[in-house]
Unconditional design. Structure first.
Length: 288
């Protein structure tokens, strides 16, 4: 059984069709289709049901996809094991947050492909929580305060955080000057969270409340700039709004904890050289 046929099938299954997979693999659609037909003939079963919209996995295809992905991963690991000083190759699947991913992480990931021409990288951008094991990712990039989990995490850097509001909001409602005044203002936030301010060696944990919540830091920045309330934002997100005078920093005498950037990977397995190379490059580009 040809490993390239297996890789092609996994790519078609994940991409949802031959056309999308051929673009990811940089192969002609005829080659992708030929590999799929050869694999199905060898297995004696249909793996994909072709439709006008693409391709859907059959029941057999759904079962076989996970096995095929593991085989491809094992082959990549074996190649790395016998050539520890050689070129990185194979496929690296990375889950990336959509808020920071295109601007902060994509350039570094692109640099990894430039340095390793035989390496393929498949990134999925989303701000939702991604189950790395279930969804078949080699690693993920997470930004924020990591909850307890069994994932193996490596910190690659951090973003400073401050409190912000729009000038119009401050003109209409005033601005908090101490942590104790924060609950008197509507908060724009991700969910149920605590803002822990510090000053003079003391900590002041505050539970803000508000009517606007979002899972995107950009959406939170936009809502705050529109006057929805006050928010805690990373400076890298807020800086362009501050430059445009649509947000102003509040409570300069109090600090908020920085949020971390992490590469996380599933537990119970040796870290692949591909994940290590990505981690090292992100630290090189973002860790300072």
């Amino acid at each position: 059984m040809d490993v390239d046929d297996l890789r092609t099938f996994v790519e078609v299954a994940d991409a949802g069709g031959v056309s999308a997979a051929s673009r990811r693999l940089n192969l002609a659609k005829s080659i992708v289709s030929r590999r799929l037909l050869r694999l199905e003939a060898e297995l004696g079963t249909q793996l994909l049901a072709r439709t006008t919209r693409g391709a859907a996995l059959t029941e057999a295809g759904t079962t076989f996809r996970d096995h095929a992905a593991r085989v491809c991963a094992e082959v990549d690991a074996a190649l790395e094991a016998i050539s520890p000083g050689g070129e990185l190759r194979g496929l690296l699947r990375v889950a990336v947050p959509s808020t920071f991913g295109p601007t902060h992480f994509a350039p570094a990931i692109a640099e990894l492909t430039r340095r390793h021409p035989q390496l393929q990288i498949n990134c999925r951008y989303s701000d939702r929580y991604v189950d790395l094991v279930t969804e078949g990712f080699d690693c993920g990039i997470r930004v924020g305060y990591l909850p307890d989990s069994n994932l193996v995490a490596r910190r690659i850097g951090s973003f400073s955080v401050r409190l912000f509001a729009s000038p119009d909001y401050v003109a209409a409602h005033g601005a908090p000057e101490t942590p104790g005044e924060v609950p008197g203002h509507p908060a724009v936030m991700i969910g149920t969270e605590t803002w822990t301010f510090s000053a003079g060696g003391k900590s002041f944990p505050i539970r803000p409340t508000g009517r606007f919540k979002a899972d995107s830091a950009v959406a939170i920045a936009e809502a705050t700039a529109a006057g929805a309330g006050i928010t805690a934002l990373p400076d890298v997100i807020a800086e362009r709004y501050v430059a445009a005078a649509s947000l102003v920093p509040l409570m300069p005498g109090y600090a908020l904890p920085s949020i971390g950037m992490f590469v996380v990977r599933p537990p119970g397995q040796h870290q692949s050289r591909k994940v290590q190379a990505l981690t090292d490059l992100l630290i090189e580009r973002l860790g300072r």
